[in-house]
Design a protein around this ligand. Structure first.
Ligand code: FAD
Length: 497
């Protein structure tokens, strides 16, 4: 409520925020979490909390009047449709050179993501977070994160037999015939639930095309893991449809946090001032960066250092499809949860997830989301005239990712005698190079903050989300975000409280 005072305020309810809330609450600290998105705990008139990818409705997008599907064409035709403006679950946030997809709601990105829970190969870790002790991460914090998130791997025997991974078996065959290492990728989806979906004994989610706009069953989002445990302590309160707009020093070493309450069409209905002894920025790479850059530039937190807003990367995301021969159908039924990838990181700088195309019809297409070692880094800056934060990512910077992804797919195409699909991202457009699912950086560890996420100019202010990671994790990022948050909060609880 307006005028309240709290020991700890956490901005955002994604991975970083959820780890902080759980561990602080377990240490006996009362925590208030503020989330701009909805709670996503109430079914709509169809009895479902989330809509599926084939019938996006008001629940799908964050304050848009038209969908902006990542895969925006099919057979050369645009597939976007009009929707009512609503505080939907997926934000397609547009900057000059890139569209950044993010989850909005209690659970952050865990609500919309594929659940692929990948720990980087240890030999690559030094390049991801050079100032962090790898022994500690691989000995303690990665195992802790994986256990809390409920990470598991598909049963290989079931993989070999189920219709819903025909597309992935085609992906494996083509990878192996070209000599690439094929790997199963862990996920937080409940694999036993998926088996029951395939058997027809439970309501379908992964097998009903649910993913980008939420999963009604089977996926262990943060709502089922960290946030459930945090709530069970009785010390964590969450305010949804509340957006933090300012944090400024207050008397006695505390901070005044300004919070706008919004309704489901995005209008501000109230403005509240809360005093917090400590504030954790966990609004995601983009959300945290936007807040800190604005607060530094507008004089609210002028002492933040010059690294704020820098070191932002897209995790090298680039998408493409391949057109298979008629003897390699990928299946009309495709599980929306990816379970495998092609690892060409060491040789070609690309790790490609074999992704579903859950259209419900046979497409003869293989679809991939590649994570590449794209070296480009962008910077957020405050545009005073426009009153907003901008990002200077250049569309042409994706060429580096395309070149790396081609080390895999040019070879496969040549071996199989196949070609790229040109109908998934436009008319005669091969590469989905206009977007990222994996924003990282903007308040980089040991640069914008100290080596544990402290904004040292302001005791009691911390960054604890993907903004800490300098642009790339070599694989899908949320396990690393979670493990780093576990490491940092343990240190902060031990030394700062
Ligand atoms: P987030 O999870 O983004 O959480 C930040 C939260 O803060 C959000 O809920 C946001 O609404 C809220 N917020 C922002 N600003 C404010 C504000 N001012 N006030 C209040 N609240 C605010 N990663 C993987 O590892 N595996 C995958 O399979 C995978 N698939 C993905 C698929 C899609 C479609 C997308 C979009 C992402 C995917 N990701 C995946 C990425 C992963 O979800 C993110 O890396 C992760 O969620 C980032 O965690 P975070 O804690 O940094 O922030």
């Amino acid at each position: 409520a307006d005028g309240a005072r709290v020991p700890v305020l956490v901005i955002g309810t994604g991975y970083g925020g959820s780890v902080a809330a759980l561990r602080l609450a377990q240490a006996g600290v009362d925590v208030h979490m503020v989330e701009m998105g909805m709670a996503w705990d109430t079914p709509g008139s169809d009895g479902k909390i989330f809509c599926n990818t084939r019938e996006p409705d008001y629940r799908s997008y964050w304050l848009r009047t038209r969908t902006k599907a990542p895969l925006n064409y099919f057979l050369g035709f645009p597939i976007d449709r009009d929707i009512p403006r609503h505080t939907g679950i997926l934000d397609a946030e547009e900057f000059g050179g890139i569209t950044v997809y993010q989850g909005r709601g209690v659970g952050g990105g865990s609500l919309v993501n594929g659940g692929m829970a990948v720990t980087p190969r240890r030999e690559n870790f030094g390049a991801v977070l050079p100032s962090v002790n790898a022994d500690e991460m691989y000995g303690v914090y990665y195992p802790r994160a994986n256990a809390e998130l409920g990470v598991g791997v598909i049963d290989p025997a079931w993989f070999d037999s189920t219709a819903c991974y025909q597309y992935a078996r085609v992906g494996r065959k083509h990878a192996q015939r070209s000599g690439f290492p094929f790997v199963f990728v862990p996920d937080v989806y409940d694999w036993n639930y998926m088996k029951q979906e395939a058997a027809g004994t439970v309501p379908k989610s992964a097998l009903a095309g649910e993913i980008l706009y939420g999963n009604n069953h089977g996926k262990k989002s943060l709502q089922q893991t960290y946030l459930a445990r945090a709530r069970a302590t009785g010390r964590v309160a969450i305010s949804s449809l509340h957006r933090v707009t300012s944090v400024t020093p207050a008397a006695g070493g505390a901070y005044t946090v300004v919070i706008e309450q919004i309704n489901t069409t995005g209008d501000v209905t109230a403005v509240k001032n809360v005093t917090a002894d400590r504030v954790f920025f966990a609004a995601g790479s983009v959300g945290t960066s936007k807040l800190l850059v604005k607060l530094k530039a507008t004089g609210a937190l002028p002492g933040l250092n010059g690294e704020i807003g820098r070191g932002w990367g897209d995790n090298g995301n680039v998408m493409c499809g391949r057109a298979n021969h008629m003897w390699d159908p990928t299946g009309a039924l495709q599980s929306s949860i990816p379970c495998c990838g092609i690892d060409n990181w060491a040789a070609g700088g690309a790790f490609a997830e074999v992704a579903p195309l859950p259209t419900g019809i046979e497409t003869y297409a293989s679809f991939y989301l590649s994570i590449t070692n794209n070296p480009n880094r962008a910077q957020f800056s405050w545009n005073a005239a426009a009153g907003k934060v901008e990002l200077n990512w250049q569309a042409a910077w994706k060429q580096a990712s395309i070149t790396m992804a081609k080390t895999i797919f040019d070879k496969i195409n040549s071996k199989e005698g196949t070609i790229y699909r040109t109908d998934l991202f436009g008319v005669y457009k091969i590469w989905g190079d206009h977007l990222t699912y994996h924003p990282l950086g903007g308040a980089v560890l040991n640069k914008a903050t100290d080596n544990y996420g402290r904004l040292t100019a302001y005791p009691g202010l911390y960054v604890i989300d993907g903004a800490l990671i300098p642009g790339n994790t070599t694989v899908n990022p949320f396990v690393t975000i979670t493990a780093l948050a576990e490491r940092n909060i343990e240190k902060i609880i031990a030394t700062d409280l």
